[in-house]
Design a protein around this ligand. Structure first.
Ligand code: 76R
Length: 270
């Protein structure tokens, strides 16, 4: 309920990337190290057992960070508590946060509506609104959209090995002010974006989380992939898309490898 600060819609999302202070870790005895790793593992298990709460764990590529976590949970108090506990779970000063990004899952104002889809069936496919085929097509569409909205608001992310995260905003300067365009213009531009995005089906899983008023940019972009070339390709291809070419502004990029905790510890030298 309210006491847990659960938003009316969507989940809280935190990307948090840490550097490991190896000089601090090396002061621990072998027993202390085992105890710290056990504590950390048990804490992650405990967090994952909370309802609707997910933690993805990454070995970050490049010295920008060592360990990365993406935490999704219903409440802000819950997220805050999780983040504070994780920060000290390997012992004081072992994990040094080097980057974090707070956002929320969200639906989209540009998602195709039932009315728009019905228009497409009538005008582009020439279907009679009274026909059985029309009714079947509409039902299929509604089911697909319900699934899709569920994924956007309450995502359960798969264990695809490569994660790319970056924050972005839409430009607000002079002639190029996204926020002074009317809805129809924005919707049309987003249509091009969607078509580019959909051509990566099965290769890229994208989660767009909103962060206006929550962090420095307007969205967090989380991409999961099996092959890093798909990350490079989609980001490159989207740069030509007017929404990104003219209106996109990007923050720092991070690449992580999704690994189970035991493999992650070995990889990062704990
Ligand atoms: O209705 C829907 O949710 C599907 C259509 C869709 C929306 C509304 C969609 C599809 N996106 C939407 C919104 Mn996207 N997306 C990005 C980036 O690097 C860049 O240039 C941009 C970063 C990528 C790579 C990407 C991929 N998208 C958004 C928004 C919110 C805009 C707003 O509200 O103003 C942002 C910031 C954004 C950015 N997008 C897709 C993809 C992919 C792969 C798809 C197809 C997904 C699918 O069909 O499942």
């Amino acid at each position: 309920g309210n006491a847990d600060l659960i938003p009316r819609e969507g989940w809280c999302v935190l990307h948090v990337f840490y550097r490991i202070e190896h000089s601090q870790w090396s002061l621990f005895s072998p027993e202390e190290k085992i105890e710290a790793l056990t504590d950390f593992t048990e804490l992650i298990q405990e967090i994952r057992s909370e309802k609707d709460t997910h933690v993805l764990t990454f070995s970050m590529v490049s010295p920008k960070a060592d360990i990365g976590l993406m935490i999704l949970c219903p409440g802000l108090h819950q997220l805050n508590a999780i983040e504070k506990r994780i920060g000290t779970a390997l012992g004081a000063d072992v994990l040094q946060p080097v980057y974090s990004y707070l956002s929320m899952t969200e639906g989209s104002e540009y998602t195709t509506t039932d009315e728009q889809y019905a228009e497409t069936l009538k005008n582009e496919r020439g279907l009679d609104p009274e026909s059985d085929e029309f009714a079947t097509e509409m039902e299929t569409f509604k089911t697909r959209m319900a699934h899709y909205l569920q994924h956007r608001l309450y995502p359960v992310l798969p264990d695809w090995p490569i994660m790319c995260f970056y924050p972005m905003s839409k430009r607000r300067s002079g002639e190029d002010n996204w926020y002074s365009l009317d809805f129809a213009a924005r919707k049309k531009l987003m249509g091009g974006h969607q078509r580019t995005g959909m051509s990566y089906k099965g290769r890229i899983l994208q989660l767009i989380t909103g962060s206006t008023g929550l962090d420095d940019h307007e969205w967090g972009v989380t991409l999961l992939a099996h092959d890093m070339i798909d990350i490079k390709s989609i980001v490159y291809e989207m740069r030509f898309d007017e929404v990104s070419a003219r209106y996109g502004e990007f923050g720092e990029f991070f690449i992580g490898l999704q690994l189970p905790l035991d493999q992650l510890f070995t990889r990062v030298g704990l």
